[in-house]
Design a protein around this ligand. Sequence first.
Ligand code: PEP
Ligand code: MN
Length: 365
Amino acid sequence: MAISRHKALAHLPKSLPIPARPLLSAPHMIIVTKPDATEEQIAHIIDRIHEWGLKTEVSRGAVRVVIGVIGPEDVIREKPIAAIPGVESVTPVLKPYKLVSYEFRGTPARVRIGDVEIGGNEVVLMSGPCSVESREQIVGLAHEVKKAGGKVLRGGAFKPRTSPYTFQGLGEKGLELLAEAREETGLPIITEIMDTKDLAAVEKYADCLQVGARNMQNFALLKEVGRSKLPVMLKRGMSATIKDLLMSAEYILSEGNFNVLLCERGIRTFETMTRNTLDLNAVPILKKETHLPVVVDPTHGVGVREAIPAMALAALAAGADALMVEIHDSPETAKSDGEQALLPDEFADLVTRLRAVATALGRSV
Ligand code: PEP
Ligand code: MN
């Protein structure tokens, strides 16, 4: 569904600078004709476009004719231009994502989780266990996160698991325990939301909603968190392109929630020595394409404990605004993702190394 400029602007926070160039005012497509297109076919293409109430700008090359289509973008997008005989390619000039695009804001956004700001000079570390398992576990690990220099506590209460037979999380009890850990340490909390029916409960306790990966294209859920007052961290799906991720983020922003973080968490490739392939390409590409801060999750991205610190360092060097790393005090008895959890001491050691890289790059941790 196309977003009207009116609707987009109605959602804008008052403080957001509006770009000088009107966002949706000059949409067009570029049609390139086939080298063997006849004059009749070219005339027919132009006639058809005019019939749709659109304008054309024709430029003739030696072999091909290039036709610019001018008119409202949403009207142009829904026309089957590629089906007209003689058309070789149809290329949209404007990006399909609007509100998330870098140009829309013209400057990088900062997103707050509680008092912690993401998107500035400081690389924010989020850490905690994959799942909340008990009061002792989550409170103990929260203290470890804080001691090591982590700023946000992560922990799953509603777990998105590939198998229905594995631990699914403690549900609302897990949220209560997270809130207790926040009470004890002052760390704001981020936790998963998988179902619109759980939103009220999760909103009651969480400081940031984690959605995506397996749910990245659960559009009903995206729209619902788009109406939340809480910030949202959207994880890239394991088979999603960067553009898919941006389009999913667009769903959230188009409902009015601009406090969105994008998280690279590894994608499926042919590689089998790691759980996923951490696509660090996504970091500089996202930085170019969107104003939204970028988080990297090397834990799920690699899935092999020994390799996680190296990829965390690489993610920082690549320009991530925040990192999310899972820890556990007893990985061998963890209810989920124990094989990829760092011990608290290993995390503390990683933070020391992250600080050194951050300093070298003029940033801080
Ligand atoms: C998690 O953060 O524990 C998790 C389940 O991540 P993902 O949804 O990226 O697999
Ligand atoms: Mn996990």
